[in-house]
Structure formats: C-alpha cells, structure tokens
Ligand binder design. Structure first.
Ligand code: GLY
Length: 543
C-alpha cells in the first residue's frame, strides 16, 4: 500500500470554493468569527440553499466528506433523502406496469424525505465550534433581503415553470408579477427566511417535528403526495466509512454507498493501474479511460443501491483482481460495444443540477460536500408557507429494470423503490492525497459527476493545479447510451479521428457540463488554492 505523506505544518490559510460568491462569503465570515471548516460548511450550504435554490436546499439532502485534522480521521456524513414509508415500486407504475416518469420527477410524489437540516445539526453538534444559529445568519439575511438573480437561476426558472405553475408558491417567489427573472432581479424568499429562523432557534428538530413538519406534510398530502409526520420524525443521518483507494502513491478518499461514486472511481482506477504511463497517453489513453468508464457504469447499473437494503458485492467489485478481468476484455484498437457486455440493456437529458463546495481551514480540517434537490428546482413543489422547494430524488431510484432515469442511467432491483430506502446517487465528494499535498474535489452533473471527479483526480495526480482541474475539458461514457459525450475541444482533431476509428461514437454536448469547485494545498510550497469552475457563477477564495 502506497505511503502518503502527511504535512508537518498547518496550512495557516483557508480556502473556500463554492457555486456562488455569497455562499463563499458566508463561509468566510464564519471562519473569521472563530468557526472551523465544519461550521463554515453549514454556512456555505445554508447560503446555497437560498442563493442557488435550483440546485440544493432544505428540501433535499447530500453528502459531507470531512477530514478532522487533529484526529487524522475521515468522516462521511450521509444526509441523503429516504423514500417515504408509503412509497413502493407501484407508486411509479401505471396499470400496465409501465413507469410513470412524471410522477418521480414532478410534484410531491417525486420527493424523498429531506436530510439536509439533520445533516447541518449533525455536523455542527459533532464537529463544529459555533452554534447552528451563527452559521445560518448569512442565509437568513440573503433570504429576507433578497439577492440578484443570475443567468443559471433564470434558466432554471424558465425550464421548470410549466411544472411549477401547477401549484401556488413557486411563482410567488420566482416570478411574482408573472415575469421570469432576469439578471439582477431581486429574489426575496420570506417564507424560507422564516423557516431558517425557526431552525436557528430550535435546531433541526423544528424541521422534523412540530408546526413546520405539519405544514410540510399537510402541503404534500393536499397536493397528492404521501408523506407522514412519522416519515419526518424517523429521518436520521448515517455516518459511514468512506471508500479509500490507492493509485500509484496517491490515496483517494471518496463516497461510499448509497453513492455509486467510490465504487466506480475505484473500479476505473484499478483498471488503469494495469497500464504503463506510456500506454495511457494520447488517443489510446482516452480510449482506455472511456472503456474503464463503460465497465464501471455497467456494474453501477447492475449491483449498486442503498447498502441497508442491498448486499452489493463490494469486496469483489473493488478488488484489483476483478479489474484485471475487466481489463482483459479491453481491446486497445477497438471500442467494446456496451451491448456486448453481459448485463442490463434497454434519452439523455440536460438536467445537471446539484452543487458542490470544497473547504480547507487554517488548521487543516477539510470538507468536500455535494448536495442536491436532484433536477432543476427539484420537484418544483413548495409546501405552502414553508419556502422549501422539495427534491425529486425519487427519480434516482430505478423505476423499472432497463428504464433509464433523467440522467440516462440504468438500474435494477438493487436500486428499486422501497420505503425508507436511500436512492442510489452519483455524488462523489472526494479528497486526493499524495506526497505533493491534497486536493478537495467535487462537482454537480448527475451521472457525469463520477467521471468528472475521476478525471480531475487523475489531473491532480499528473501535476495539475486547482485552476487547471476545474477548467479541464470533459468527456463521459456511462455504458448506456453507448456513446462518448464530450465538451467542444475535449479531443484534438487527431484524437477525435483515432477514437472514431476505434469505433467510439462521439457526441458533442450542447452545453458545457459540471460546475466543479476545488481547493488544493501544496505541502512543499504551503500554497493553498481555491478554484471555481469557469462554466459557473461561483467563486474560490483563499483567506
Ligand atoms: N441526484 C443526483 C445524484 O444524487 O446523483
């Protein structure tokens, strides 16, 4: 097992990179007032819930990967949504047994029981230094005073308006005069501000019990959903051991189930580990990377789901010998057809929401957090009087075998709907560590999250800095559909031709993908860098 050096000194400086400058500022203010990275994580997350409401928020959940510097310990906080007690596979099937995708995407039936408020409380109580109320201050201010709309948010409103118009509440906040917001339009969320104030006063318990819980359940049920007070009262976060994998002297610490990220990243790295660096250059290197993606996503579809419900063969899937077998099926001159791989076989959309932020504090504590309400503005439904946009995470379950979800992902029984079950996720907050230093990495992007994080990790290991990691041109293969989707410029003309000659179907994405946020700490120079994706509106700052 490769050794990874620990830095002897503290960074002495902090870095925060998030998807919105106001969220980065909220985190900084908490650090300035004596908080640590974990308090700052709650402040950044709460601010994003207000200023990036199309991506994450109280109506959703997510994962916080923590590194506790003084204990030299990793903690993975799973605040993922769970299916309500009344949910079953038949909830999302019509009389003919066909999946009703709209029910898992739009309105209250689409929403799992949210985990974010419980996640905040857990992180603050166990690892923070400041009261929860302090870390929610900026978010409350942004909700009550408003903040200027920007293009990504306005695009989300336009995209979801037809669905959200079915219920009152959404339009009252995002287009009160019936006119979609433009850049600079003030977005005021008074109900959300009141909800945050209630949580600041009484803790996350105020979200899961009492008046606010009753408002959510009443609103959900009146609009055709199936939540109960018991569903909310029973919600709890789970602390899990992260996936830790080694690759040529680097340690990668990443997300365990119910994220598929850690298993898939391990499989891909194990496949690559059998090739020499020379074999992994140019078009051939891209070919091997694409083939490793194809195989990891095939296994994702077949085996992975909530570990409380599914006994996935993790030891086998993450064993180097298993990767040796997968590697043996890779022809360096020819693309495998996904349909040739045994397993599942049956339209990709552009919905790529979710948010990620990275934090390093001056004492060396770290947070990589990826949070979501799933699609743009989640289910589009706000229980009246709460300001909380509910997620549409039920679509992350496999509604039927060989039936792709909104990200084009396939699944099977391991990820079928069941009461109290967590839907399989792709969110992959990750630390990459080596003698050189550490990188804190993650991004939104639905099914593409895993391959973006994988390639950013490879880039860091090859010497890239934070700016280069977030700017890297992206490409992705997910087994089905059998194509490589890529950003313009991801391949040179020669590489493009060579991959095409090998039999890869290359499709240029209409939009850039991802919104990566990275913080790095180089041990030898003691330099901290924070970089936010040039594709987004975020900000990385070093203090
Ligand atoms: N909702 C996206 C994911 O969890 O992967």
């Amino acid at each position: 097992m490769a050794a990874v050096a620990q830095a002897r000194d503290l960074p002495g400086r902090s870095g925060i990179a998030s998807a919105h400058p106001l969220a980065t500022t909220a985190g900084y203010e908490v650090l300035r007032d004596g908080g640590n990275a974990f308090d700052a994580a709650v402040a950044v997350s709460a601010a994003l819930a207000v200023v990036e409401p199309h991506s994450s928020g109280l109506g959703g959940g997510g994962f916080f990967l923590l590194y506790l510097a003084d204990e030299d310990r990793y903690v993975f906080v799973d605040a993922r949504e769970v299916a309500p007690g009344a949910a079953s596979p038949s909830t999302y099937l019509d009389d003919a047994g066909q999946p009703v995708r709209a029910a898992a995407l739009n309105g209250p039936l689409a929403a799992g029981i949210p985990g974010l408020a419980a996640g905040w409380q857990h992180v603050v109580d166990r690892y923070g230094r400041l009261p929860l109320a302090r870390s929610l201050q900026s978010a409350i201010r942004y909700a009550e005073d408003g903040f200027p709309a920007y293009s990504r948010l306005a695009l989300g409103v336009r995209f979801r308006r037809r669905v959200a118009d079915q219920w009152p509440g959404f339009g009252e906040v995002f287009y009160p005069e019936g006119v979609n917001p433009e850049d600079g339009t003030a977005i005021v969320q008074q109900d959300l501000g009141n909800t945050l104030k209630r949580i600041a006063a009484d803790g996350a318990a105020a979200f899961y019990r009492g008046e606010l819980a009753a408002k959510m359940v009443d609103g959900v049920r009146a609009a055709g959903g199936n939540w109960t007070l018991d569903d909310l009262a029973r919600y709890s976060v789970v602390e899990r051991a992260p996936v830790v994998t080694q690759y040529f002297g680097n340690r990668i610490v990443t997300a365990p189930l119910p994220s598929s990220g850690g298993v898939a990243i391990t499989t891909m790295l194990n496949i690559l580990a059998g090739y020499s660096p020379a074999e992994l250059t140019g078009a051939q290197g891209y070919h091997v990377i694409i083939e490793s993606m194809r195989r990891a996503y095939r296994d994702r579809a077949e085996y992975l789901g909530d570990p409380a419900f599914t006994d996935a063969p993790l030891a086998r899937l993450m064993h180097p010998d298993y990767a040796t077998g997968l590697r043996a099926g890779i022809d360096l001159e020819r693309a495998t057809r996904s349909a040739e791989l045994t397993g599942l076989w049956p339209e990709d959309t552009e919905s790529r929401q979710t948010t990620h932020f990275s934090i390093l504090d001056a004492e060396g504590n770290r947070v990589a957090a990826t949070l979501t309400i799933n699609g743009w503005f989640g289910s589009g439904f706000i229980p009246p009087g709460t300001g909380i946009i509910l997620n549409n995470e039920m679509d992350d379950f496999s509604l039927a075998a060989a039936n792709p979800n909104t990200f084009g992902l396939l699944g099977d029984a391991a990820n079928a709907v069941a009461p109290g079950k967590r839907p399989l996720s792709s969110m992959s907050p990750t630390f990459v560590e080596s003698d050189r230093g550490i990188a804190i990495v993650g991004t939104p992007g639905g099914s593409r999250i895993i391959t973006m994080v994988f390639r950013a990790a490879l880039a860091w290991m090859a010497g890239a800095n934070a700016d280069e990691m977030v700017a890297l041109k992206r490409f992705h293969h997910q087994y089905f559909p059998d194509e490589v989707v890529h950003e313009p410029g991801a391949f040179s003309p020669e590489e493009f031709q060579s991959l095409t000659e090998r039999g890869h179907l290359l499709r240029e994405s209409r939009r850039p993908f991802g919104n990566m946020n990275v913080v790095t700490w180089d041990y030898s120079s003691n330099q901290v860098e924070a970089a936010s994706d040039p594709r987004g509106a975020g900000e990385g700052r070093v203090y």
